[in-house]
Design a protein around this ligand. Structure first.
Ligand code: AMP
Ligand code: MG
Length: 422
């Protein structure tokens, strides 16, 4: 377990007062490690969990050569370039009920999709292609088929003994289906990550409290809750903690004892006149950063006890952006996932965007398909760091990278789509 100072010493040009977004992710990747504990879960409970062990296929899928179509199976070597191939129908092969016996020259078997290819056959002519030619016979027209057509080969999906899924894979519906196709009833996954969250600030009201001048209702608690749920974390909601040293100390200690990670919002800005930062410093090994980004900028990161601390800024959009850009990848790594960074899409900007080089800017964007079929992105109105309505209207973040300057209409921009993240 490396200290903040040790990690900082490994990084080229580490400057906590002006950290690039890339440097933040680099730092966090060195700070966090996957949880070691694993558990065995049934496939219905495996969705979104992270595999803790490679899955080697115990069987071949499919287990036999079988038909991809309803039609007639025969030996494709008999196909002729320009003549009808007339065959006797000698039986029927059903899915789950194989036709026993061997198919000889001049013969075929009526076959259903998924039925095992009878011995002596390698090709299926689909039902709709054949020409009838009397009772018990049918004809295959020339030029329609190649030998081997419409046959699925044994093991073409997965071969016995081959890796089917690698550890670190987050289990999607497709992956759950694939595991089930191997006949496996359960899988070993990392245990769920426990993440504690609380909001800080004397001006923050909990729901149910009467409005008060200068006070705002706590929204961060709900956005962070949703973001964590979407990741499949076990969320420990600790509410709003007032700006009181004893309360803050109790909250941090409690959170550190229960959780793998602690997320807070508020109280980490420069010149913040409250006890949040002081308490983080007192109880943990914590770095206070100014990140070259917008929205966002202040962030505290480190360890309190065995828990990783993410002290996010207070502004509601800054919370979501820093979560998506930094916390989410770090939590995914802690969950054991090997895929931590979302892929970025390219879209054409439908408008000019002012951008200062030397910081990463995240604009709330709406990506749509333009008339010519290409993707275009526009921003969703007021980009103030406290404005959640423009966040609600967006379906991704337009990521304007560190070195980028102003964007003109039609310029290509990167977009981090929310997909299942928000
Ligand atoms: P801070 O980072 O503490 O200076 O807070 C920045 C801004 O975010 C202030 O306007 C706060 O009122 C607001 N803010 C802080 N925490 C929350 C919260 N949990 N919900 C809504 N707004 C908040
Ligand atoms: Mg504050």
């Amino acid at each position: 377990m490396k200290s903040i100072a040790q990690i900082a010493a490994q990084l080229q040009g580490y400057d906590p007062q002006a950290l690039s977004a890339d440097a933040v992710n680099d730092f966090l990747a060195r700070l966090v490690a996957p949880v070691a504990e694993t558990e065995q879960v049934g496939i219905f409970d495996a969705l979104d969990r992270v595999l803790a062990r490679d899955i080697v296929s115990p069987v071949s899928v499919p287990p036999h050569d079988n038909s991809a179509m309803d039609g007639y199976a025969f030996d494709g070597a008999q196909l002729k370039p320009s003549e009808l191939l007339t065959l006797d129908v000698v039986g029927t092969a059903l899915a789950g009920k194989a036709w026993q016996g061997s198919v000889g020259p001049g013969q075929c078997v009526k076959i259903m999709t998924g039925a095992i290819m009878p011995a002596g056959t390698d090709t299926v002519v689909p039902q709709e292609f054949i020409q009838p030619c009397g009772e018990g016979r049918m004809a295959v027209p020339p030029k329609l088929l190649q030998p081997g057509d419409n046959r699925r080969l044994k093991g073409e999906d997965l071969r016995e003994g081959q890796p089917a899924l690698a550890k670190g894979a987050r289990l999607t519906p497709a992956a759950c289906g694939l595991i089930a196709s191997l006949g496996l009833e359960s899988v070993e996954v990392h245990r769920r990550l426990r993440v504690a969250y609380f909001s800080t600030g004397d001006e923050i009201l909990s729901l149910g409290e009467p409005p008060r001048e200068g006070a705002v209702y706590d929204s961060n608690r709900y956005t962070v809750f949703g973001l964590l749920k979407r990741l499949g974390c076990e969320v420990i909601d600790m509410g709003v903690v007032r700006d009181d040293p004893a309360l803050l100390e109790a909250a941090f200690s409690d959170a550190a004892a229960k959780a793998d990670a602690i997320i807070t919002s508020g109280g980490v800005s420069v010149g913040e006149a409250d006890y949040t930062k002081a308490m983080m410093k007192k109880l943990g090994d914590v770095a206070f950063w100014k990140i070259a980004m917008r929205p966002g900028r202040p962030m505290a990161v480190g360890r309190i006890g065995n828990a990783i601390l993410f002290g996010l800024p207070g502004n509601p959009v800054a919370v979501m952006v820093t979560f998506l850009a930094f916390v989410r990848p770090a939590l995914l790594r802690m969950m054991g996932s090997t895929e931590t960074q979302p892929p970025l899409l390219k879209a054409r900007s439908a408008e000019p965007i002012r951008k200062k080089a030397g910081r990463t800017e995240y604009q709330r964007g709406l990506v749509t398909t333009a008339a010519d079929g290409s993707l275009q992105a526009r921003t969703t109105g007021n980009q103030g760091s406290g404005v959640l309505s423009s966040m609600v209207q967006s379906n991704g973040l337009i990521v304007l990278h560190h070195a980028q300057g102003n964007i003109a209409v039609g310029d290509e921009v990167d977009v981090m789509m929310f997909d299942g993240a928000i």
